[in-house]
Every structure is written in C-alpha cells, then in structure tokens.
Ligand binder design. Structure first.
Ligand SMILES: Cc1cc2nc3c(=O)[nH]c(=O)nc-3n(C[C@H](O)[C@H](O)[C@H](O)COP(=O)(O)O)c2cc1C
Length: 161
C-alpha cells in the first residue's frame, strides 16, 4: 500500500478552536497535520486587506504527496486569516482534492460563504479542485469552545476518503 490517498490537514489557529478540530479530523483521517506558524503574528488589518503574513518553515512542501488536502482556519474580520492567505499564495494544488473548513464565533455563520468562495478561487487558480466546504462554530473571539461543540461538528462531516 502506498500513500497515494494521503490526507494532509493544513490549519491555522490562534485560540485553539481550529487546532482542536484539526486534531479530531486527523483522528478520523489518519493523515498528516500541518500547523501554519507565523514569523510575526498576523493581524486583523491584514485579514481585511487579504494580505499574507510570513510563515515559518516550508508548509507548502508538506502537501506534495497528498491527494486530499483539508484547509482549516478561523474567520477573521469576515475574511480568511493572513497565515492561510500566505499558504494559498505559494501552494501547488495540482491534482489535489481540497476541502475548506472554517470556524467562527457568529452562530449564523455570517460571511462564511464569501470566505469559502475566496479560498476556493485561490485553490482553483493554483490548479486544485475543491470538493467540499464546511462552516463551523467555534468559541467567541479569544476563547476556546468546549471540546464537544468542536468534535460533534467534525464528526458530522461525511468524508470522501
Ligand atoms: C482578529 C479576529 C477577528 C475575528 N473576526 C470574526 C468575524 O468576522 N466573524 C466571526 O464569526 N468570528 C470572528 N472572530 C472569531 C473567531 O473566528 C472564532 O473565535 C474562532 O473560533 C477562532 O478560532 P481559533 O481558536 O482556531 O483561533 C474573530 C476573531 C479574531 C481573533
């Protein structure tokens, strides 16, 4: 058995909600998990202006052998986070099947569709195919929600691999 169906989860998390979700999802997928870490913390303004922050290491290399890529991040200022913008700017998604997952505080999932569309456009531009999008609820700004809230949402996903 090769690892041609390898799933890689790429995530950014400031307050732990997305991290908890990423770990739970990886428990189901049995793949690889890659946390985006910044040289200097990205901020609200960078999110609003859709800018990238500088990332540590070479997370782009980590998806090289993946067929399934899961991009997980919180919503900031109704946008993608700077760390994910930076990842998207350099990633090669050729031949990869990508699932987008966001966490946010607003229970009405406000603007999640827009954020998913923005991330999906970047994935397509870099030759990837988006096969799913999920909008989940995390903790309020600066807080981590109870594990059960996060886990139940992750466990509700119908996985394709
Ligand atoms: C700078 C900043 C901006 C945010 N903007 C939004 C927003 O526009 N909409 C929303 O629903 N939640 C917003 N949130 C809340 C986060 O999306 C939410 O707390 C999420 O669960 C955090 O995930 P994390 O713990 O993985 O960092 C914001 C949080 C921060 C820190």
């Amino acid at each position: 058995m090769g690892n041609e169906n390898l799933a890689v989860i790429v995530f950014f998390s400031k307050d732990g909600n997305t991290r908890s979700g990423a770990k739970r999802l990886n428990g189901r997928l049995g793949g690889k998990i890659v946390e985006l870490r910044e040289k200097k913390k990205g901020n609200f303004l960078q999110a609003i202006f859709k800018k990238g922050s500088q990332l540590q290491g070479n997370p782009w290399y980590e998806i090289t052998g993946a067929t399934y890529v899961y991009l997980m991040q919180p919503i900031w200022a109704s946008n993608a986070v700077p760390a994910m913008n930076a990842f998207l700017q350099n990633a090669d998604f050729s031949g990869k099947l990508v699932t987008i997952i966001t966490f946010q505080q607003f229970a009405d999932l406000k603007n999640s569709d827009k954020v998913h569309q923005d991330i999906a456009a970047a994935v397509k531009q870099r030759k990837g195919q988006v096969i799913g999008t999920y909008a989940f609820i995390g903790g309020k700004m600066g807080h981590c929600a109870e594990e059960k809230l996060i886990y139940d949402q992750i466990d509700s996903m119908a996985l394709q691999n």
